[in-house]
Write a protein that binds this ligand. Structure first.
Ligand code: ADP
Ligand code: MG
Length: 448
């Protein structure tokens, strides 16, 4: 068996909380990177892709477990990797040449050698003639070329990329992808392995020799497989679309089996989100949910999520929260990547706005614990108002601060739309909605 360049053994990441619970971001994970492979790490946003990448590069230490570089602990090894970021992360005050030369300077290389290497790589990535330009003078695509040049100039053994094409327009991204693939295949660059983080399934299937799909809450490997397709790959080929379809299915299926509860070194159980009290509200807007339901209805009430995303010109990442939300509200069911509208969902899609609000209100109160609790709390108070802080404190037992804020934002958005409550942003309080018409009682049945 080939010796891995990088090997992660039972690595975990968790963040301490003021309370005794921890936020587990990555559950214990084993993962190896071997020479000769392009590995793509796919997963929904927030699943921990960047966190895992940072641990594999040695940039960030795991909370538990170890990462090895050629079988030596990475913290003390002579690591040769570089990272290309989505945001380019260039120094705006340096020219293209100076940006590319910077990592060599940091390694103490003498000026003549630096110059030679920087000029050569600028030429390789198609930046000759741009050496004295500043980043702000360049288009996004050219800036990312600088990002690639700066990463490649140190001749990294492993090249890491974190959504490197996500900020670029479609054509520019396609262009850069094929140029990178050509450099790799013709061995113009001495890089031994490429590790690509992406949320774009087609990008993964287009480039990777091996695909790892990450699930979230906490991040864990759902599937890890080799891609046997020959290059150049044809997006329209059956084998290609079948693979894309398969990955969509993996991504859209709820976790089949929850993994073991990980134990922390102190023996304290780390919370597993699946056993938590509150559901994670998908960050989708009611308008988006309505739009999706209308489209599904238009497709005879049932369609492949892949095709729906395609029709909407959406990335899976943008569509999944909407699908999740529609599912949570009982408007949609999802099996093996096919979304099917429910009778309530169909009624919702067909109704005018007031009826839609009623249906949403019933669905929200029936299915979403947090919204039900807010409504109850308002009713229980004689002044018919309750502080946001109260719910913040309950949610942050379970979610990170960032996620708690997003959960509240979504709850406010849904509650306002459904006229379950209003929110006074200056006092940060939930209040009874203004024009509540009790005679228009939608027949909400509050179940425990
Ligand atoms: P991805 O790259 O897949 O979008 P990330 O690795 O950036 O995901 O983040 C994974 C999860 O870790 C997110 O839910 C994020 O909120 C959480 N997270 C990141 N940093 C911290 C932190 N300092 N404290 C608590 N949670 C964090
Ligand atoms: Mg990320």
């Amino acid at each position: 068996m080939q010796m891995p360049i990088i090997r992660a053994e039972r690595v975990e990441k968790y963040y301490a909380q003021p309370s005794e619970n921890r936020i587990q971001v990555i559950s214990p994970t084993d993962l190896s990177i071997v020479a000769g492979e392009i590995v793509a790490l796919l997963g929904p946003s927030g699943s921990g892709k960047s966190t895992l990448l940072r641990m594999l590069t040695g940039l960030s230490a795991p909370s538990a477990g170890l990462v090895y570089w050629h079988e030596k602990p990475i913290a003390t090894a002579d690591v040769n990797v570089s990272i290309v970021f989505q945001s380019f992360a260039l120094f705006p005050w340096l020219t293209v040449f100076e940006n590319v030369e910077a990592p060599l300077k940091a390694r103490g290389m003498d000026p003549a050698e630096r110059r030679k290497r920087a000029m050569k790589i600028l030429d390789t990535v198609g930046l000759d003639g741009f050496q004295s330009a500043y980043p702000k003078e360049l288009s996004g695509g050219m800036r990312q070329r600088v990002g690639f040049a700066r990463a490649l100039v140190v001749e990294p053994e492993v090249l890491f990329m974190d959504e490197p094409f996500s900020a670029l327009d479609v054509l520019t991204a396609e262009n850069l992808r094929s140029e990178l693939l050509e450099l790799w295949q013709k061995k113009t660059i001495p890089t031994q392995a490429i590790f690509l983080v992406t949320h774009n399934i087609e990008e993964a299937v287009l480039l990777a020799d091996r695909i790892i799909v990450l699930g979230r809450n906490p991040g864990h490997v759902r599937t890890d497989f080799k891609v046997g397709l020959q290059h150049p790959r044809d997006r329209k080929a059956t084998a290609f679309t079948q693979l894309v379809d398969y990955i969509y299915k993996v991504l859209t299926q709820p976790d089949a089996q929850p993994p073991e509860l990980p134990q922390t070194p102190t023996g304290k159980k780390v919370r597993d989100q699946r056993q938590m009290h509150y559901q994670m509200l998908p960050h989708a807007r009611p308008g988006g949910i309505a739009g999706l339901l209308e489209l599904v209805l238009d497709h005879n009430g049932k369609d492949d999520i892949y095709r729906l995303a395609d029709d909407l010109a959406f990335e899976i990442d943008d569509l999944l929260p909407i699908v999740d939300a529609a599912q949570l509200l009982g408007f949609l069911t999802v099996t093996e990547g096919d979304a099917a509208i429910t009778p309530t969902g169909a009624e919702y899609a067909n109704s005018e706005i007031l009826r839609q609000k009623e249906l949403f209100r019933t669905a929200a109160v029936t299915n979403v614990l947090l919204l039900r609790q807010i409504v109850r709390a308002i009713e229980a108070k004689s002044d018919r108002t309750v502080a946001e802080e109260f719910f913040h404190d309950m949610l942050d037992e379970q979610f990170s601060e960032e996620e708690t804020l997003r959960q509240l934002e979504t709850a406010i958005n849904w509650g306002r739309y459904a006229e379950l409550f209003d929110f006074d942003a200056s006092r940060r309080r939930f209040i009874q909605p203004q024009n509540v018409q009790n005679d228009a009682e939608p027949g909400v049945e509050i179940r425990e």
